[in-house]
Design a protein around this ligand. Structure first.
Ligand code: TYD
Length: 147
């Protein structure tokens, strides 16, 4: 069966850095994202993290359902993605790259540069019950195949 890139990403349940369109222009560059094209899900939510003190870290948690797409609109930060066995670090420092993070993975964002701006798209509306904030519980759910 031939899968398109979006189905492939989702079926493999793997994080992926996706290069976004970039129109370079002496007046200033332009990039964009489209749902179900560059972002492999329908966007239900957009939020951003800003005014982060340099070196700060946020977001040690997993989502049961919510998929994410993260762009460093300005500055740089590291996204650490943990599947319960292995941690992978993705450094985002260009506004024309996005990181797709499937549900069911523990992720932290750290090493924010001063004045960085993290833009995040989510596949679900905000739901406090979708969060797993306890790492041991995350590991237990992973082992039980619950996420
Ligand atoms: P949270 O996701 O807990 O941030 P972090 O994991 O980086 O600490 O969000 C912080 C607060 O913002 C939390 O109390 C709930 C609120 N929030 C919303 O109300 N809606 C949203 O879409 C998000 C992402 C957070």
């Amino acid at each position: 069966m031939c899968l398109d890139i979006n189905s492939l990403l989702r079926n493999q349940m793997k994080p992926a850095v996706i290069e976004l369109p970039k129109f370079t222009d002496p007046r200033g560059n332009l990039s964009f994202v489209e749902q179900l094209n560059h972002i492999p899900f329908e966007i239900k939510r957009t939020y951003w993290i800003y005014d982060v003190p340099g070196g700060e870290a946020r977001g040690g948690h997993a989502f049961k359902q919510n998929e994410e797409f993260i762009i460093a609109l300005s500055g740089a930060f590291d996204v650490i993605v943990d599947d319960g066995n292995k941690k992978t670090k993705y450094t985002l420092n260009r506004s024309y790259y996005g990181l797709y993070v499937p549900a069911g993975l523990w992720r932290e964002i750290e090493n924010f540069s001063t004045n960085s701006l993290a833009l995040e798209f989510g596949s679900t509306h905000y739901n406090v019950n979708d969060y797993i904030r306890d790492y041991d519980e995350f590991i237990k759910m992973k082992r039980n195949g619950e996420i």
